[in-house]
Design a protein around this ligand. Structure first.
Ligand SMILES: Cc1cc2nc3c(=O)[nH]c(=O)nc-3n(C[C@H](O)[C@H](O)[C@H](O)COP(=O)(O)O)c2cc1C
Length: 191
């Protein structure tokens, strides 16, 4: 038991069980006030709200990129494609020069867009909430783009990179009953 009477959770078991939850992977970037790019690999990204348009991500409290984002007040979410594993490993490391030989361009909002990302989502930080050893950062979306034609996403599952089946890139047809899925939480509309 912990000091507040709650059950102890073994860290390895926590990792193994939570690893069953498969996610996409992003690299979240910013430009610091001196114009230097910063970024880190991040799977804890999610769409949060449609009206207003909000997203969230969770950087560890020791993240150097978070320090740069906090200073800049803005960030860009780059959604990685299946063939960007090496790039992901670079941004998941503590390499002091993560952007060396990585093709990127600054957006009109002065945020680093990585070449060949499936999508980019530019945001301004609106709220930071305590999340244990991480922060929960909420951002208001300012600008969105997606690659055409769309490639396949890079996935992270049980501590390893993986990918979807080759023919699964076509988005599902538009369904009016899902139009408000981000803001409606009743059981029959959250699909
Ligand atoms: C696939 C993958 C997903 C990751 N997801 C997160 C995450 O959601 N939050 C986080 O703080 N770190 C995450 N990391 C770890 C950071 O990318 C890593 O600690 C990085 O060195 C942080 O760099 P920084 O200190 O320059 O920000 C992830 C790493 C990988 C490879």
């Amino acid at each position: 038991m912990t000091t507040d009477g709650l059950p102890e959770i073994d860290p390895r078991r926590f990792r193994n069980v939570l690893g069953q939850f498969c996610t996409g992977i992003t690299v979240i970037t910013t430009l610091d006030p001196e114009g230097a790019p910063a970024g880190f690999a991040c799977q804890s990204f999610a769409a949060l709200s449609l009206d207003p348009p909000l997203v969230l991500f969770c950087p560890t409290k020791g993240s150097r990129t978070w320090t740069a984002i906090e200073r800049a007040g803005r960030f860009c979410v780059n959604v990685l494609a299946e063939d960007q594993r090496e790039l992901c490993a670079r941004f998941g490391s503590r390499d002091p020069d993560k952007f060396a030989e990585i093709p990127w361009r600054p957006s009109p909002l002065k945020l680093p867009l990585l070449d060949n990302a499936l999508a980019t989502i530019e945001c301004t930080v609106t709220t930071v909430v305590d999340g244990g050893d991480h922060h929960i950062v909420i951002g208001r979306v300012l600008s969105l783009s997606e690659s055409t034609p769309s490639g396949r996403p890079l996935l992270f599952y049980r501590g390893q990179y993986t990918a979807i089946e080759p023919d699964k890139t076509t988005p599902a047809p538009w369904r009016a009953d899902l139009e408000h899925f981000l803001t409606t939480t009743t059981q029959d509309t959250w699909l």
